[in-house]
Design a protein around this ligand. Structure first.
Ligand SMILES: Cc1cc2nc3c(=O)[nH]c(=O)nc-3n(C[C@H](O)[C@H](O)[C@H](O)COP(=O)(O)OP(=O)(O)OC[C@H]3O[C@@H](n4cnc5c(N)ncnc54)[C@H](O)[C@@H]3O)c2cc1C
Length: 233
């Protein structure tokens, strides 16, 4: 079967909200369980405009400052991420409080889609071992694209000739896209954001952390600002 489209794709990276459970009030109520108490929203008069009472917002800040993790483990968020394999590998190093279900190239055998870098960053100066500088080059674009296309074409040929997808996938590049459902507790997402929205993280991976950060800020604004500060809300 001949494939008629170019597997090299840009712009299919995505972080999609699927579902969530719990609010900032769930964090408060989990903490107040110690005293067998619950709280309530400050003024739930306007639909959708819920905010915590001042004493509860103060409690959330106290919990974050004193590393009382457990109340932040109750709210949960599920997202669907589509990203290149090398990004997925970095993201999935965060494991505690998170579950991943990923597409499998043992079952999926269609032409893979591949991330096209628009340019390549140069190594950083001096003694820094990891990362990249702001300086970029497009000098390798043509060769990179040729190489990615060749890898995908070889994969397609192998699958078409009857080789098992689980073996044929060995020739696929790290720039290939993958999709996974990722579910975790608010505590785990805060940790992912702390690590991966940081300047030490690879720039492509950081973009995904920023998208997750946007969702977490929206769903749990008080918990988010208790960890990262008001100026980041
Ligand atoms: C800039 C950067 C560079 C990196 N480079 C590399 C690299 O070169 N190679 C590499 O393999 N990884 C690398 N990593 C990944 C890194 O080592 C961690 O695996 C990843 O950041 C997830 O960390 P985590 O502690 O939040 O993970 P999680 O496993 O999700 O753990 C969350 C928290 O749970 C606790 N915890 C987890 N496991 C245990 C345990 N066994 N016992 C007690 N407490 C536990 C810790 O408090 C931990 O912080 C890098 C990460 C970053 C951000």
């Amino acid at each position: 079967m001949k494939k008629t489209y170019d597997p090299l794709r840009d712009g299919i990276s995505s972080v999609q909200y699927i579902d969530h459970m719990g609010s900032d009030l769930s964090v408060v109520d989990a903490a107040r369980a110690s005293f067998k108490k619950e709280s309530a929203w400050a003024d739930p008069v306007t639909f959708g405009d819920y905010s915590l009472q001042a004493k509860d917002a103060k409690l959330v800040k106290y919990l974050a400052d004193h590393k009382h993790f457990m109340p932040f483990c109750h709210p949960h968020l599920s997202i669907r991420v589509t990203c290149p394999l090398f990004v997925a590998r970095q993201l999935s190093k965060s494991q505690v409080g998170l579950s991943i279900s990923e597409e499998s190239r043992r079952y999926v055998d269609g032409t893979p889609e591949v991330y096209i870098p628009k340019s390549m960053r140069m190594r950083p100066d001096g003694s820094i071992k990891q990362g990249s500088s702001e300086e970029t080059t497009t000098g390798y674009n043509e060769r990179v694209r040729r190489s990615l296309r060749a890898a995908v074409a070889l994969y397609d040929d192998m699958v078409d000739s009857g080789i098992a997808p689980e073996d044929a996938r060995m020739v696929l590049p790290q720039a290939m896209y993958t999709t996974f459902v990722w579910t975790g507790s608010l505590q785990a997402w805060l940790r992912v954001i702390e690590l991966r929205a940081d300047s030490h993280t690879q720039h492509q991976t950081r973009e995904f952390a920023y998208a997750i950060q946007g969702i977490v800020k929206y769903l749990w604004p008080v918990s988010y600002s208790a960890h990262f500060g008001e100026e980041n809300v």
